[in-house]
Design a protein around this ligand. Structure first.
Ligand code: FBP
Length: 553
């Protein structure tokens, strides 16, 4: 028996991912140019920053004639940002696509994310090396990182490293921030005629890299299924023991797509949606009241247990906190070093408090020291607050406890409130990809090799029509600049790919809104169970409820 590979992993290695019909004759496709796409917002500023890669046409692919391309291509690939199930299959699809273009084409994996490209840390990806990674989770094949590629020095180093290996195309597999990097790099190389194409692939479990041409980012399907299984298991435990309220924070950084998908799948008693909190300008107390209300109503029925889902980024969407965090971002960008040099938490807290506006200082003052420190931890290299390290679920438990105590005094509540807190994030990011993600990722990678064969740069691999069988998926490419707008990062306005947040008039949110009053009081949990890889399509190949509802299915 092989001790390094599980029986399931072995079986999955034999899985042949499904591809769209456009690739019937290999990756050398027929390409049609569609309408030219400008940036969806801040068009003038984006065009000024990206003169060579703005206003480019949408590309759609159809089967080619099966001929090879004249010369082999050497391509670099990097994995960037947080792990997402299926990343290895993007590389497998890219590898197979490149070999179908020309059998002597080579693929180099730069290690540890964008820094691998500048520090020249790479391996050649061969068929043998790749074999054991097919249809597996994780990014361990070449590693990942969050280094931001933005300086001319970095671009020049990457160019020199690529040129030394005869590389004429770089594929960046990443989320919104990493594809912003891809766009900057594409612009730089095109403007100086460097002869290096840059192509992006939409990755992130958060599900917030999407638009009309990118229907979902890969990894969202698998991660939300893993979390839904765990939530279902907890619901069943809660319903068996009938003694705990479980407050579960779910990854997703800013967007609440994961919380929404899991709420729809499991019928948790409360599913908070950050985007709604922001749109309704809810104060912290209103958010706490939503939770306390469900707890009190269920307690009145004798049910002193339940499950509440809390999106990871919630705190940034509560208006009081949003202003506080925006001030902290600017403050730490300017005075981060002086702050870091302070020794004790008390000194740090007073340093911050003395520099905040009166209203933000007042919110800051109400917080436990732990949360104060979590809010001022280092931002990631893209200037984002590290919400995965802020224990919002624990903060909410404390605030709800206080509210229930007050209600008890008023005779409005007479239950028991015992809690367990959880944070589901890392559990789902490296899971073995679902059939959907295995197929989608392989197709995205294969499609990237087709983009390379067209010689176009500054594009994102786009595979759509995803609620249909893979054969009917539409392959093509969307200009990266079409997804950009200007946002404030590290105290400056910068061009970035816009995060697609939950739309309150979208079908998935409306489905939750229609059911949530009932779910808040009754126990009508659904237990989704583990991802299935084999079996009938309605069990093994189902996609997310989010995608199905968005497509009117
Ligand atoms: P990406 O946007 O890079 O895909 O990362 C997503 C994510 O998983 C978020 O959901 C989470 O907030 C963050 O990464 C955690 O980052 P880290 O791995 O650095 O702790």
């Amino acid at each position: 028996m092989d001790c390094t590979v599980s029986a399931l992993q072995k079986a999955r290695m034999a899985y042949a991912p499904k591809l769209p019909a456009a690739f019937k004759a290999g990756a050398n496709v027929a390409c049609t140019e569609g309408e030219k796409l400008a940036a969806f917002a801040d068009t003038e500023k984006i065009t000024a920053k990206f003169p060579s890669t703005s206003n480019m046409p949408l590309l759609t692919f159809a089967p080619g004639n099966g001929e090879k391309i004249a010369k082999p291509v050497n391509v670099a690939v990097i994995l960037s940002g947080g792990q997402a199930p299926g990343g290895h299959n993007v590389i497998a699809g890219l590898f197979d696509g490149l070999k179908s273009l020309h059998p002597e084409s080579k693929l180099y994996g730069f290690k540890g994310g964008p820094s691998g490209l500048t520090d020249n840390k790479y391996i050649e990806i061969t068929a043998d090396f790749l074999a054991s990674y097919r249809n597996t989770g994780g990014f361990d094949m070449i590693g990942s990182g969050r280094t931001k590629l933005e300086t001319t020095e970095q671009f020049e180093k990457a160019e020199a490293n690529c040129k030394a290996l005869g590389i004429t195309a770089i594929v960046i597999i990443g989320g919104d921030d990493s594809n912003t990097n891809a766009c900057l790099l594409a612009e730089y190389y095109k403007a100086k005629n460097a002869g290096i194409i840059v192509v992006g692939c939409p990755k992130t479990i958060d599900g917030d890299l999407k638009n009309a041409y990118i229907e979902t980012s890969f990894g969202f399907d698998t991660a939300s299924k893993v979390y839904s299984e765990l939530i279902g298991n907890i619901e069943r435990d809660a319903n068996s023991a009938k003694k705990y309220w479980h407050f579960i924070k779910l990854m997703g950084r800013s967007a609440s797509h994961i919380a929404l998908e899991c709420g729809l799948r499991t019928h948790a008693n409360v599913t908070l949606i950050s985007e709604e909190v922001e749109a309704k300008k809810m104060a912290t107390d209103e958010v706490v009241t939503i939770l306390a209300d469900s707890i009190a109503k269920r307690a009145a029925n004798g049910d002193n247990f339940g499950v509440a889902l809390i999106p990871e980024g919630l705190i940034e969407f509560i208006p009081d906190f949003k202003s506080l965090i925006a001030e902290l971002n600017d403050l730490l960008a300017k005075e981060g070093e002086a702050y870091a040099a302070l020794a004790s938490n008390d000194e740090k807290a007073s340093f911050i408090a003395s520099r905040l506006s009166a209203s933000s200082a007042a919110v800051f003052a109400t917080l436990p020291m732990e949360i104060k420190m979590q809010l001022t931890m280092d931002r990631d290299p893209h200037g984002n607050v590290q919400v995965s390290r802020i224990e919002t679920e624990k903060l909410l438990v404390e605030l709800v406890k206080n509210k229930l105590a007050a209600w008890k005094k008023e005779g409005r509540y007479n239950g028991k409130f015992s809690t367990q807190t959880h944070f589901f994030g890392y559990e789902g990011r490296c899971s073995m990809p679902s059939n959907f993600d295995a197929d989608y990722c392989y197709s995205l990678g294969y499609n990237a090799s087709s983009i390379i064969s067209t010689g176009k740069t500054g594009y994102m691999s786009s595979v759509r029509n995803l609620t249909e069988p893979a054969e009917k998926w539409i392959a093509g490419a969307i200009p990266l600049t079409a997804m950009m707008n200007m946002e404030r990062r590290h105290g400056e306005d910068k061009p970035v790919i816009r995060k697609a947040l939950v739309e309150l008039d979208g079908a998935p949110f409306r489905e939750l809104a229609k059911n949530r009053e009932k779910w808040a009081v009754e126990t009508c949990y659904v237990y989704p169970g583990p991802i299935q890889f084999f079996g009938p399509a309605e069990v093994a190949d189902i996609t997310t409820m989010t995608l199905a509802l968005e497509k009117g299915k």
